[in-house]
Write a protein that binds this ligand. Structure first.
Ligand SMILES: [Zn+2]
Length: 145
């Protein structure tokens, strides 16, 4: 099921996807908090975690498991921040379930304000289509090797 106004259901999402399974994909964030900041999403338009089927749930988190070390290697990081906002009060701004996968290293972000930036993509600089394409190609190659 697709949702018309949803950016993650838009066909243009394929251009920023670098890993894909039958029911989930990893996409490069158009406004990354740090280099490598990705989102893992179910292909189906689902808003709430409890509406994922068990197979989709397993698929979603095995994608998280698969791309995390890939991002660490690609961006020279040794930690990974996983974050989900479930519901408007928790900061969910896109009504299509997504897991933020943020590769981290010591001192990369100030301790006090990065979470606000994670929640509001308008606070983060947006990459150009060319910049995103460069990262996506790099990660697709790493994912396939
Ligand atoms: Zn959607």
């Amino acid at each position: 099921m697709q949702h018309q106004a949803c950016p993650f259901c838009d066909p243009s999402i394929a251009a920023v996807a670098y890993a894909e399974t039958e029911d989930s994909r990893a996409i490069y964030n158009r406004a990354p908090l740090v280099p490598g900041h990705s989102l893992v999403i179910p292909k189906r338009h689902i808003t709430r975690l409890q509406d994922l089927g068990l197979g989709e749930l397993a698929g979603l988190f095995s994608m998280v498991q698969r791309i995390s070390p890939l991002l660490l290697a690609a961006y020279g990081c040794d930690g990974c921040d996983l974050s989900m906002q479930l519901g408007e009060s928790a900061g969910q701004t896109v009504a299509h379930l997504h897991v933020h996968v943020v590769p981290r290293r010591l001192g990369d972000l100030p301790h006090d304000d990065w979470h606000a930036q994670l929640l509001d993509s308008a606070l983060r600089p947006r990459l150009s289509a060319d910049q995103i394409a460069q990262e996506v190609i790099r990660l697709r190659n790493l994912h396939q090797s």
